[in-house]
Design a protein around this ligand. Structure first.
Ligand code: SAM
Length: 233
């Protein structure tokens, strides 16, 4: 069984250690946002590994994600454009199946922001499933959930890589079902916590190594829960 002290909270822990406490096939959706290894300024984490170190680290992490995820269920995450191909090859080698490539376009990023190079206006939303068969998405009667999101990153949290919250809520909605447990191994400011709370009827497990972001995510959880419940908790 999943230890109950890991549920609906972000725990300060290395994600590999965190996953060691999770039983095989106990997770219904892994939704995450790994560091892009582009030198972003996090509080603690140094986002500048060598390519070799980075991909070895990712491989070890996603072997564990494969272990804890239920067969046929979804692994969905954002990554940089240049990471699309190495992630697909690595994850298919581990035993995932590539399902879909979506796009997050941030309209704040304009041509000319980086003179001389292509504007970096979109990031990839990758979807895989464990094994060759797949659990159908939870988008039955809806035409509203597409695979291109045009949205600015979430405002108001001191974190360099926040996800847009409407997109993140859509991903929780379509890639999981009521009763599910959603795992985010790189919780950061708490976007997955908020998206799970806003969708309702789901649990989440969150890991981050950085004390400051863990506090931020848990404060965010408390604020969103209070807003939803409209009561003090
Ligand atoms: C790209 S950010 C995630 C941002 C998040 N999606 C959000 O919306 O705020 C990656 C996060 O991974 C965390 N991190 C780095 N190494 C880690 C590790 N070994 N275990 C757990 N978290 C880690 C960093 O502290 C950072 O907050």
């Amino acid at each position: 069984m999943i230890p109950s002290n890991l549920l609906n909270i972000t725990t300060q822990i290395d994600c590999l250690e965190g996953m060691s406490y999770l039983p095989d096939e106990s997770i219904d959706l892994c939704l995450s946002d790994p560091p892009y290894n582009i030198g972003l300024k996090y509080k603690d984490y140094d986002d500048k590994l060598t390519e070799k170190e980075y991909w070895l680290w990712m491989r070890n992490i996603f072997i564990q994600v494969h272990r804890v995820l239920k067969d046929k269920y979804h692994l969905t995450f954002t990554c940089a454009q240049k990471q699309i191909w190495p992630f697909r090859d690595m994850l298919e080698d581990i035993g995932f199946k590539f399902r879909h490539l979506g796009v997050w376009h941030n309209p704040k990023r304009k041509a000319g922001s980086w003179p001389g190079i292509w504007p970096y206006s979109w990031e990839a939303v990758m979807d895989f499933t464990k094994g060759k068969k797949y659990r159908k998405l939870n988008n039955g009667n809806s035409v509203g959930y597409m695979d291109v999101w045009v949205e600015e990153e979430c405002k108001g949290y001191d974190h360099p890589a926040k996800r847009p919250i409407e997109m993140w809520c859509d991903l929780v909605k379509v890639c999981s079902f009521p009763g599910d447990t959603v795992l985010d191994i790189f919780m950061g400011s708490g976007s997955t916590a908020e998206a799970v709370l806003r969708n309702g009827d789901r649990d989440y497990i969150g890991f981050d190594i950085d004390e400051y972001y863990v506090g931020m995510s848990n404060d965010r959880h408390a604020a969103i829960k209070k807003e939803i419940d409209n009561v003090d908790i």
